[in-house]
Design a protein around this ligand. Structure first.
Ligand code: ATP
Length: 454
């Protein structure tokens, strides 16, 4: 497979209307991105597929939506107020700010700097004479810790008693509702609660377009199980997440599991694995699957004084369940799907840019093309009929060849051409994006034709 440069892919995504720079007409706001019509369709398709797979189709699991703004005590209990921070150093020469752990990992990718304490980070940087990536100076300040949570104020008084936070993850919304849901839905262990929603992190080093941003969406599941069965469920969810990515059209050779080393594990986790994708800049995390033990529920029980124990009806035992958490960022997953799909193909006398999206994620399933503007009415009525069920597009300008190329460039799997025979044979020509083969299909069969590929 050709490995394309990331710049080339991002230029295509912007130019073809998947993603735009946020607030562009005002010069943009750094690292914010807006999704155009194609981008939001792709994003919604991925979210709907996740919801179907992890919530709707799974008899153990239920969905919910919790508020972004939560009582600050939630963040005290979860540990985010005290420990959700990055080690920062400022370059005294050029005044740029850097993450000490990232400077070390860029210097030597085999080092796991996330597991080093402040002293070790500082010593490593001076011993190896790591320089500022911006100006080359070695004149750094000492390391300080910077909390990644965005702060704001509730109500009109801007003082510390009114400080609240934008949630840095959706998970805590499910932990604090564990008892509500278990009671109201009479759920028995094992069961899961999932949600899709926005999260915010004041990242120091955002970048790679939508890979690392300060505002993003997460799809998270908290799966509650009996202690002792947790590692079994951990394995089940590892496989389920990997299969989900394969079903989005990402090739196995571009995916791998990376187990966290014991010194890299969060203090509460007994096992964590990342599913990594081979992005144009190298392997990077998309999906984290962690065995979080009973850490979160115990912490909320301690701080809220509300019991998080359940009574096992079969054994009559009381315990706090363990939790398996598969957590993935929607935009990261979407970026992987887009990088995987992007291709520039050399044809006999020409080349074409094509996004090889699988039909289930493709932003537009079909484009309807009248061969001549005179056939517009008939083509438009096929188009509006298909819109009842699928995301479709209508394109009547330019030669058919140009219109095919436009559809290829945004990954539309089928071009449906209405021609001068359509009226008499009640059929249209369907052209397949990847093979460029064409076939004649009855108008009345088009719905089922498209459906058969989804
Ligand atoms: P990283 O090491 O890349 O900062 P993380 O390990 O802190 O990620 P988690 O806290 O485990 O990430 O979050 C779960 C998932 O949420 C990640 O696997 C990723 O897909 C997504 N995610 C986390 N931070 C961001 C971000 N700043 N921008 C986009 N997606 C993110």
């Amino acid at each position: 497979m050709t490995q394309f440069k990331f710049d080339e892919i991002t230029a295509h995504l912007k130019q073809s209307g998947f993603i735009f720079q946020g607030s562009e007409i005002y010069g943009g706001l750094a690292n914010t991105w807006d999704f155009g019509p194609l981008g939001i369709n792709l994003k919604n398709n991925i979210k709907n597929l996740w919801w179907k797979e992890f919530i709707q189709k799974d008899p153990n699991n239920v969905g919910m939506q919790s508020a972004i703004l939560m009582n600050p005590l939630v963040w005290k209990a979860s540990g985010h107020l005290d420990t959700f921070s990055d080690p920062l150093m400022d370059c005294r020469n050029c005044k740029t700010r850097h993450r000490a752990d990232k400077l070390i990992e860029e210097f030597d990718p085999s080092i796991n700097a996330g597991a080093m304490d402040t002293k070790a980070l500082q010593e490593y940087i001076s011993e190896h004479k790591i320089s500022c990536p911006n100006c080359g100076s070695h004149n750094f300040t000492d390391i300080r810790y910077f909390n990644l949570m965005f702060k704001t104020f509730q109500g009109v008084t801007e003082d510390s008693s009114n400080t609240i936070y934008l949630r840095p993850e959706t998970a805590q919304g499910m932990f604090v509702n564990f008892k509500n849901i278990q009671r109201a839905y009479r759920k028995k262990i094992p069961f899961g609660i999932g949600q899709i929603g926005k999260a915010f992190r004041n990242e120091i080093t955002p970048g790679n377009m939508i890979f690392r941003t300060r505002e993003f969406e997460q799809m998270e599941l908290q799966f509650f199980c009996k202690p002792g069965t947790d590692l079994e469920w951990y394995e089940i969810y590892k496989e389920k997440c990997m299969n989900f990515m394969l079903n989005l059209g990402i090739k196995q050779e571009n995916l791998r599991f990376r187990d966290h080393d014991p010194d890299e594990l969060s203090h509460y986790s007994v096992a964590t694995v990342d599913i990594e994708y081979k992005f144009p800049w190298g392997w990077d995390e998309i999906w984290g699957i962690a065995d979080r033990t009973d850490f979160d529920l115990t912490a909320h029980q301690t701080h809220s004084k509300v019991s998080m124990e359940i009574l096992d009806p079969e054994t009559n035992e009381k315990y706090i369940p363990y939790v398996i958490e598969p957590s993935v960022g929607v935009e990261r997953l979407m970026l992987a799907v887009m990088c995987e799909a992007y291709d520039v193909e050399q044809l006999e006398n020409d080349s074409r840019t094509v996004m090889h999206f699988k039909a289930n994620v493709a932003s537009t399933k079909a484009t309807i093309l009248p061969l001549s503007k005179k056939l517009g009415d008939q083509a438009f009525s096929i188009y509006t009929d298909l819109l009842e069920e699928f995301e479709c597009d209508y394109d009547e300008s330019g030669s058919i060849g140009k219109r095919y190329r436009r559809a290829d460039a945004v990954g539309t799997p089928y071009c449906i051409t209405v021609d001068f025979d359509t009226e008499s044979d009640q059929s249209v020509t369907v052209r397949h994006r990847d093979t460029m083969q064409q076939e004649r299909v009855k108008i009345e069969d088009i719905h089922s034709f498209i459906k058969s590929y989804l």
